[in-house]
Each structure stands twice: as C-alpha cells, then as structure tokens.
Design a protein around this ligand. Structure first.
Ligand code: IVH
Length: 676
C-alpha cells in the first residue's frame, strides 16, 4: 500500500480536525456556518479516509468518532464528583420575592446580584474533560450516581470533543474541568421525528424532552446520532468546585470554551429585574426553536452561594421560576381521521374548546390506532391535554370516562377519495394507497418528479401547489398533458415563458427514464430506489410488475414478504391500475433494462464506477454488471474487483490506486463485457 510519509499525514489529519472542529462550532453552536455542507462533508470524508489508512492516528476526540460506535451491553454507573442536585421551584412572582427575601436574610445583604438564564427542558448531563479532551458523559441518574453515556453524547455536535489551549487560556482554566448542562431536541427535530415515526409506525414521543432523554439513554449511539440533539451548558466545575468568584464568569468561560449556553442570560440587580426578565421571556419563548419551561435564577457571587449552601435536594442560592403549565382538561367531542401527505390516516380528537397557555385549543392529534388504545380514549371522555409551544397539542391521558362513551373505529374507506383503506400486517398505520388521492396529490407528484425518481427539473413545490390548486393536474399522468396548455402553464405565478417551455421539455424528456426509476417514482411503500432497480431487472414492464403475485415478487433478491405484500396491495388499488394505463397512454412505458441474467461471468466481482462514461449512462453500465452476476458498490475497498474510470474521476480513483485495485478505462470495461 502506498502510504504518504506519516509526518505529512499526521499534519493533514490535525489540520482537518481543527478545521472540522471550527466549522462544527460555527454551525452547531453559533448557528452561523461559514462553509457549505458539501465542503464540510468533503473534509470529513478525507479525514475518515486518512484515519482508515492510519488507524494508529485515530484519537478519541477526533470529529469522526461522533458518528457513534457499536451498541453496548448496558451502562456503567459513575459517581458524580459533586452531586447533581435538582432545583426548588417558584410558580409565581410572589414565590420569587419570598425566595429573594430568604436569600437576603441568609446573606445579610440588602440587594442581591442575580443571574437569570433560560431553564432548558431536557436531560441533564455532566461532561468531564481531562487534558482538554472529553473523556466522559454521565446522566444525572439519582443525583449521586449516573449512567456513563459517553459514546452517545459524543454524537451531539454542540458538545466539543476537545478544547484547545488557546481557548483554555482565554477561559482562564486548566485542562481538567466538568461542564454540566442540558441535552435538548429542537421542536422542529421533534416534529420531524414523530412524523417519521408515524410514517413507519414506530413509537410516538410525547414531547421534545422525552425524545431527547430517550435518545441519550439508548444503547446504540447511532440512534442518538440520528436524533439531532443539542447541548446547552449552565454550570462549570473544577475539582468539584466553582472556579470563579462569580457565576457570570463561569458563563463567559463556557463561551470561550465554545459551549452553547443561555446566550441571553442577564445580570439582574435585585429581584424586580429578574421578574422583568421572566415576563419578557414568557411570550418570546414560544418563538425559540426549542422549549424552555422557565427561568433559572442564581446568586451571582460564589462567596454568597457558599454561605447559603444547600438543602438535601437543592441549592439555596438558585431557584427555578416555572411558567404556568400548558395543560388543561377538556372533553373529546368526536374523533375523525385526517389523511396525511403520505396517505397515513391520523386520528384527530375534536375537543370542547379550551384555553391552554393563552391559546384556544379545539383539536389534538391522536397519532394512530395504537396510541388510541394505549390511552384508552373514547368519544365522550374527559382528557388531559398539553400544549408544548407551537407543537400541536396532544392528549396525555384520560382523566374521566364519559357516560355513554363511544369507541372510535378506523373508517373502511378514505374520507378524501373513497378508496379502500389498507392496513399492512405488522404496521401501525392505516393508509390510503391511491396515489391520486387528493390528500396525497402534491406529495406524490413531488416524489414522482424528484431527482432520484423521474428527475423533472423545475417541478418544485411552488409549481406543484399551483398546478394542483388550479385543477390542472390531478395525478402524475396529467403532467404529460400539460404541453397542450402551454399558455396556462406560462401564466402560473411569476413564471417566465422560457421557464414554462423548459418545464414542459423536462416533462417530455422524463418519459425516457428507466423502468427502475418509474417504479421508484410511484411511491409504493417500502419500495426505495434500490428495490426499484432490483424489480426492474426482474420484470420487463410496469404491467408485468402489476400482475405479479407475492410469491413471484419474493423471487427477487432482497424482496421479502413485507415488501411483496406492499407491492401487491398497491396494485390491487383500482385507481393505481388506472394510473398505470394512463401513464402508458401518455407515453410513459419504459421496458426492462432487462430482466434475465445474461451470464454469471462477473459473479463474485464488485465494480465501482467513477467519473463520466462516454458511451453509456452510469445506470446502464451498472445494470450490465448486475445482469452478468456482478455487484456494484459506491466505495472502493479491498473487496473491489474493478474500478471503472470515466472522465473527471473523483477520489475513488485515487483510492483505487492506493489499494492497488484493478483500474479499467471505459474501453477496457466494454471489452470485458464482450468477453474479449
Ligand atoms: S443550574 C446546582 N441552570 O433543571 C445548580 N439548571 O429542575 C444546578 N436546568 O437539574 C442547576 N436549565 O437539569 C441550571 N440554566 C439552568 C438550567 C438548569 C435547566 C435543569 C437542571 C436541573 C433541573 C432542575
């Protein structure tokens, strides 16, 4: 293997790490990236590559180790250097004033300097750094001992894996310290997570806090990594002690160390200024990307903190002011279903309107049938609902069963289009499978036109919205009739004549796409790009696929009973069969890239393609490899048999040279196919 001189490699690795660290900080802590995601990815890829070649240079603080290691057996317990206490609560401004009085009496001071900061509603974590490197992440646990969740917290991008000497110097700290803070999930990430869970029929999370806490305490760190968590620091310790004379200095130091904190913390002179701060945030907090459930007020002076000390459970020098709970009880008047953009039916509770945290609530999602069963909720029941910021309120529990209550049943037919509702074995969701169902129209058109599907450039959300809203397109086949309505298309909001023409050309050109892409474009549940490809190699046309029985489908490699059942269900829907006919009539009827296996001459051989081929599309070339029994991979490794190189090859070419994998020009590849 051709290795570069270790000295150079080491230097490159170090530089890459430093840059990645800086850009992660810009992106995840400051929300202000300086480079594109691709540029970042490229650097990360290069670092991974170098580390793979030089495993001896991998360090536990490298940005690459965030990605998460192997699942673990269970958590070790770790004793905290200093207990992680909870905070006493104040539920009113009067309670805050009472607390202030006790602080003043306890310290003998007339007026106290306080720090007010956001109270983050997540999971508290202690991060321990040795020599500037993150060595341990521990949950609060029972306050005395917590669980070691180090691999999991390492996946959180706003957690620095190391802090450099310059930052330590600025923060006036030595290299060993502990940071305490809260792991949070943004509302957006939470909603996206639940939407995805709803789609795949997984567990629905009650609020961002629960999903953040769950994500930190899973044994498989790749799950943590997928949940988009954030860390907010609020407390700094060195040898179990506060290292500065004032808490404000700790907050400044945390900033120097590149942690994210309550960036709008305020130094308040006396309790009235604290109350003003709480009031100001009561409405503003709705607009924050994540949830805060109150304000934490801390005595700024460390000396006074020490004088006041602790009760068994909480410090006397701090208190949590809590905003009124956004929970209320009300009656479920009806339960109806809403058809989502993916066709999943979501039961919605219609409620007796009630004020929750200043907003009138009259509806609440029940997510799915499993959730209804878990809650045991029926029409007529009195329920407790919670509104978490802008998140649609949800039902927490039934508080009283109604007299003459009525159970909810899933409808047999889609309330939007009337076609039969399907419920796949082992799946939570009930679905309308009609691709032309008005509820799904826009989504299915966008999917159909997507880059990986029929790739109709220019057919984005805005245009699709207008085409559907104006009734010009009811299903994807209607797209091909638009050429007769060029003027109407050009008249769509702000579209230039030229772009209308372009769009119509793109639509026309999309007919030439492969069968594989068309199958994927239909949006059959569980049929992704790869399955589309495999199906296209097996069936010669869409019509043939539509006729296939489950046992035929299961002949296709990687197609199991679940996928087969989903395909059969899809084509059992008369509206979908109709659509295929309509597509064929419009000229969208690709036939096979070729189903039958031509030979097994590439059996056991893996090919990688890089660069542009002159005579074939990448897809064609890949199909040929597969038809002859070979495999195609997207990355070069020792298992790669050939790397086929077109013009402008990428890093795979260099990798091939390094690993001494056989490199083929396009001509050589052609000769190999022809067996010459
Ligand atoms: S200070 C010894 N500051 O709220 C003082 N805690 O309900 C330690 N929390 O256990 C706590 N935001 O997990 C502090 N800005 C903040 C906070 C905060 C959220 C959590 C923390 C604490 C819990 C108490």
């Amino acid at each position: 293997m051709a290795k570069a001189a270790p000295g150079n490699v080491k230097k490159e690795i170090e530089e890459l790490r430093e840059q990645l660290r800086y850009h992660e900080y810009r992106y995840y802590v400051l929300d202000d990236p300086e480079i594109s995601d691709t540029a970042y990815d490229r650097m990360m890829e290069r670092l991974k590559e170098l580390e793979a070649e030089h495993p001896e240079l991998v360090t536990p603080d490298s940005p690459t180790v965030r990605v998460g290691g192997a699942p673990r057996e269970g958590f070790q317990t770790v004793r905290h250097a200093r207990p992680m206490l909870s905070l006493d609560n104040a539920f009113s401004y009067d309670a805050l004033r009472d607390w202030d009085r006790r602080v003043r009496e306890g310290s003998g001071k007339e007026k106290i300097e306080y720090i007010a900061e956001r109270k983050f509603d997540g999971l508290s974590i202690s991060l321990q750094y040795e020599d500037g490197v993150l060595v341990r992440g521990v949950t609060r646990g029972d306050g005395t001992t917590g669980e070691d969740v180090t691999p999991n917290v390492k996946t959180i991008r706003s957690v620095p894996l190391r802090v450099d000497g310059a930052a330590l110097k600025k923060a006036k700290l030595l290299a060993d310290f502990e940071v305490r803070g809260e792991v949070m999930m943004t509302r957006k990430a939470f909603q996206a997570l639940n939407q995805e869970q709803e789609r795949i029929g997984g567990k629905i999370f009650v609020n961002p806090r629960n999903s953040a806490a769950g994500a930190v305490r899973v044994l498989d760190p790749t799950i943590t990594a997928s949940r988009k968590l954030e860390f907010f620091a609020y407390y700094l310790l060195v040898d179990g002690k506060v290292p500065f004379a004032k808490h404000s200095e700790s907050l400044e130091a945390l900033k120097q160390l590149r942690f994210r904190s309550s960036d709008d913390w305020k130094l308040c002179n006396g309790i009235q200024e604290v109350i003003d701060y709480c009031e100001a945030w009561d409405t503003k907090r709705e607009k924050l990307p994540y949830e805060i459930d109150g304000v934490v007020v801390k005595v700024n002076s460390t000396a006074i903190q020490n004088e006041l000390g602790y009760t068994a459970k909480a410090p006397r020098w701090a208190i949590a002011f809590k905003y009124p709970a956004r929970q209320e009880t009300t009656v479920v008047k009806d339960i109806q279903v809403n058809v989502g953009r993916t066709g999943a039916l979501t039961p919605v509770a219609f409620l007796e309107p009630v004020q929750v945290g200043g907003v009138t609530v009259s509806r609440s999602t029940l997510h799915n049938m499993d959730e209804i069963e878990r809650l045991g909720v029926q029409i007529g029941d009195t329920v407790l609902i919670e509104r978490a910021g802008e998140v649609i309120p949800h039902v927490l529990k039934v508080v009283k069963q109604g007299k003459g209550r009525k159970p909810f049943r899933m409808p047999k037919n889609c309330p939007e289009c009337g076609s039969a509702i399907h419920h796949l074995e082992g799946e939570v969701a009930y679905r309308c499978l009609n691709v032309a169902c008005p509820a799904k129209r826009k989504e299915s058109i966008l999917h159909f036109a997507g880059r990986r599907a029929l790739d109709i450039d220019g057919l984005g959300e805005k245009i699709v919205d207008q085409l559907v809203d104006k009734g010009m397109v009811k299903d994807v086949a209607d797209l091909y009739a638009l050429k007769e309505k060029e003027e109407e298309v050009a008249a769509l909001g702000r579209m230039a004549e030229k772009s209308a023409q372009n769009l119509l050309e793109q639509i026309e050109a999309s007919k030439k796409n492969s069968l594989a892409r068309l199958i994927y474009a239909l949006g059959i549940q569980f049929v992704g790009e790869r399955t589309g490809q495999l199906l296209a190699e097996h069936f010669s046309s869409l019509e043939e696929l539509a006729e296939a029985k489950e046992k035929d489908l299961e002949q296709v490699s990687e197609v199991g009973p679940k996928v087969a059942a989903s395909i059969v269900e899809f084509f059992s829907e008369p509206a979908n069969r109709q659509l295929i006919k309509k597509l064929a009539k419009a000229g969208v009827r690709p036939t096979a890239e070729k189903r039958e296996v031509k030979s097994d001459k590439f059996a056991g051989k893996t090919f990688v393609f890089t660069g542009t081929l002159a005579n074939r599309t990448r897809e064609e070339a890949e199909a040929i490899v597969r038809q002859n029994g070979g495999k195609v991979s997207s990355s070069v490794s020792n298992k790669t048999a050939y790397v086929v190189v077109g013009t402008d090859p990428g890093s795979k070419y260099d990798k091939a040279k390094e690993l001494r994998v056989a490199i083929l020009t396009e001509g050589e590849f052609e000769r190999l196919i022809d067996g010459k």
